[in-house]
Design a protein around this ligand. Structure first.
Ligand code: NAP
Length: 474
């Protein structure tokens, strides 16, 4: 499956070197994309700039009709898109289908939300003045996305940007460009004017630098690691480019002793093992109080033992491969460090390599302590470390003891007790008795080093809008 870049309504880059795309479950090469660079990025930015003139002048209803067509096309092609996601990213096909549905929900939601971009009138201090606030699209937007949700991380950015009247240049992850380019084919089929949506593939630093330095690009929206997010923030300083950052997480999962243990087990399994633990919001450290510590671990272990590891294209598989060798090595380093420092292995604890594909068994570690590597770094793998805590205050203190602030989880049946803990957490998203809180209509994003701005909800369109204050003398 060889695809080219999408720029100004044309498929370009057939003459460039190719980047191979592999299936992380088999190591097999499944396709290739062009190794684009500075000149293709400039070309895409120029196309988006030209298209902005017409797209920004369309009514919100007109833009919504294009987005609705795209939504229908994505839904009608969901099986095919899910299969592609499984092939290039590795997540099991049921989960891939879930991602397509989740990704499509942002297109549907923002098609409507674009119609609700309201301004304001402000009472003036003088009879001969009228004060207004207008909202206008920021202009050309650059979007940079990660591999772990090859479709949804794109639609969560592109749908609100287009609905707001912006045009977009997207750089997808090198590991998963095929899903992005298939979405571009659907954009083409939906009849969007040329240049409204463009994709460049290739060297991330070269494309990234052009996107950050080119003054035509007015806004960059990035999802990925905190390390790259910080680099982009430094690059953005030179021309004060607007920036949205959805970065790494290190989610605490707090289970108080008044929790419903069965609900908590279901919540952790969903949060921790989805996408083989390769999500920014997945439970990375589990804190449990003594009264339910053993009972929880026993039930949790029973559920985890049912999870099957393998190639996600097989029907019965729950946990696919890790994305690559270095991801595998990081996961194993976290597990070995914890075991060396005295953690006890409940299940799993190792992985295997199979013809260039890397799998890790779902793993539970208990009696973990906060000095261990796994309690301080994002693991991005199917490992659940459990630490015993004594009080609600200790739970909050440990949960907040990190530079990250994306998602946290609290399981408690007590209203005032749960409320106090939730209020004290420095996190952008809290799932209270809910292991899967993310939906299109609610804000998603992090505090502290987990990011800037929000995606989803009415909050998610704001970063693509400028606020213009207009004072009119009569
Ligand atoms: P990454 O290495 O930061 O890559 C993300 C994107 O940035 C990719 O498209 C990558 O391109 C590109 N990139 C790399 N170096 C760049 C540079 N110098 N300039 C411009 N772009 C550059 O992150 P990842 O490993 O793909 O994704 C995993 C991380 O994303 C985790 O930390 C996870 O927590 C985070 N994440 C956060 C959210 C959220 O909503 N907060 C959601 C999902 C994932 P290449 O692929 O070509 O290298």
């Amino acid at each position: 499956m060889d695809k080219n870049m999408y720029c100004n309504g044309e498929w370009i880059g057939a003459d460039l070197d190719r980047i191979k795309v592999t299936n992380p479950a088999t190591g097999e090469v499944i396709g290739s994309v062009p190794n684009g660079g500075k000149s293709e990025t400039k070309q895409a930015i120029a196309a988006a700039n030209e298209a902005f003139k017409g797209w920004s002048k369309k009514t919100a209803n007109e833009r919504a009709s294009y987005l609705k067509k795209l939504y229908e096309l994505v839904v009608n092609h969901s099986d095919e898109l899910a299969e592609l996601i499984t092939k290039e990213m590795g997540k099991p096909k049921q989960e891939a289908a879930g991602e397509v549905g989740y990704g499509a929900s942002f297109i549907e939601w923002y098609a409507e939300e674009g119609k609700r971009v309201y301004g304001e009138t402000i009472p003036a201090s003088h009879d001969n003045k009228r004060l207004h606030v207008w909202k206008q699209p920021v202009g050309v937007v650059a979007a940079i996305t990660p591999w772990n949700f090859p479709a949804a991380m794109i639609t969560r950015k592109v749908a609100p940007a287009l609905a707001a009247g912006c045009t977009v240049v997207l750089k997808p992850a090198e590991d998963t460009p095929l899903t992005a380019l298939r979405i571009a084919e659907l954009v083409e089929e939906a009849g969007f004017p040329k240049g409204v949506f463009n994709i460049v593939t290739g060297a991330p630093d070269v494309i990234g630098t052009e996107l950050m330095e080119n003054p035509i690009v007015k806004k960059v929206t990035f999802t990925g690691s905190t390390e790259v997010g910080k680099l982009l923030m430094r690059q953005a300083a030179d021309n004060v480019k607007k920036l949205s950052l959805e970065l790494g997480g290190h989610a605490p999962f707090i289970i108080l002793d008044d929790a419903d243990v069965d609900k908590a087990v279901q919540g952790v399994v969903a949060s921790k093992f989805r996408n083989a633990g390769q999500t920014c919001v997945c439970a990375n450290r589990i804190y449990i109080q003594p009264k339910i510590y053993d009972a929880f671990i026993e039930k949790f272990n029973q559920e985890v033992d049912k999870l099957i590891v393998g190639d996600g294209s097989n029907d019965n598989v729950h946990i696919g491969p890790l994305i690559n060798q270095s991801a595998y090595e990081k996961v194993d380093r976290h597990v070995q460090d914890a075991l060396k420092q005295g953690a006890k292995l409940v299940t799993g604890g190792s992985g295997f390599e199979q013809e260039g594909a890397y799998f890790y068994k779902p793993t539970i570690l208990k009696d973990v302590r906060d000095s261990m590597l796994i309690m301080n770094e994002e693991t991005f793998g199917p490992v659940a470390p459990i630490q015993l805590i004594q009080s609600d205050e200790e739970a909050v203190q440990l949960a907040n003891q990190t530079p990250y602030g994306l998602a946290a989880y609290v399981y408690s049946e007590g209203l005032s007790r749960g409320m106090k803990v939730v209020e004290a957490l420095d996190y952008g998203i809290v799932g209270w008795n809910d292991g899967l809180p993310s939906v299109a209509q609610a804000p998603f994003g992090g505090m502290k080093e987990s990011g800037l701005e929000r995606e989803g909800g009415h909050h998610g369109i704001e970063p693509f809008l400028e606020t213009k204050y207009v004072s009119i003398g009569l």
